[in-house]
Design a protein around this ligand. Structure first.
Ligand SMILES: [Zn+2]
Length: 214
């Protein structure tokens, strides 16, 4: 039996979907939203050792806990460097949620690039660039487990905003076309940046934006 577990977590104050992937006692987080202290409590309670943090894009509602967790556990957190300038700009997002600001001397991310990496034994991840919601948007596909994490590129019933810094509507549609062209299996489980999860087959039938732009 496999010890690999995927869990979608909606950490307080509930807004963004995070993905916790573990293999026995080792784990990685995709989009560390919320307070670092809440993550520490959860990881300690389960006896999990955090190995790294990966980030779909540079908006603070997807990375609010990442720099502090990286510092606390002395691990790397990864972000597409095109989005690095957004990290301090995004403190205004945290005001809305009454979360502490990321300090100007925050633990800097390591560069996240397109390609395939192994995040834990038995967990390869294909990383694709999907600009449009931001310049540095990335999606994560786990081919062994057939799970796709889209960040804010596409949602169950809509698409991401393109009016924020670095956003571009043409790029966003091109990125969505790229996901359509990638032909993920219909039963691929999809974790979106916000809201309910979906399945590729369901998106094809029901999300009018999940088509190739003519
Ligand atoms: Zn966003």
């Amino acid at each position: 039996m496999s010890d690999i577990k995927f869990e979608v977590l909606r950490m307080p104050p509930v807004n963004t979907n995070s993905l916790l992937v573990s293999n026995k006692k080792d784990c990685v987080i995709f989009d560390a939203w919320g307070r670092a202290s809440d993550w520490c409590t959860l990881l300690d309670k389960r006896g999990l050792k955090l190995r790294a943090i990966y980030t779909t894009h540079g908006h603070n509602d997807h990375l609010s806990a990442a720099p502090e967790l990286a510092k606390h556990y002395n691990i790397d957190w990864f972000l597409n460097m095109r989005d690095e300038p957004l990290v301090l700009w995004g403190n205004q997002i945290l005001d809305f949620w009454e979360l502490p600001h990321i300090p100007s001397d925050y633990t800097k991310p390591k560069a996240l690039n397109a390609g395939t990496i192994q995040v834990l034994p038995g967990v390869p991840v294909q990383i694709m660039e999907t600009p449009g919601h931001s310049l540095g948007g990335m999606v994560f596909y786990f081919p062994e487990q057939k799970v796709l994490m889209t960040g804010d590129t596409i949602f169950r019933d809509g698409i991401g905003r393109y009016d924020l810094p670095g956003g571009n509507t043409d790029d966003l549609h091109k990125s969505i076309s790229k996901l359509v062209d990638r032909n993920f299996p219909d039963d691929t489980y999809v974790v979106h940046g916000h809201g309910d999860d979906s399945v590729i087959g369901w998106l094809k039938e029901n999300n009018p934006w999940f088509t190739r732009k003519k």
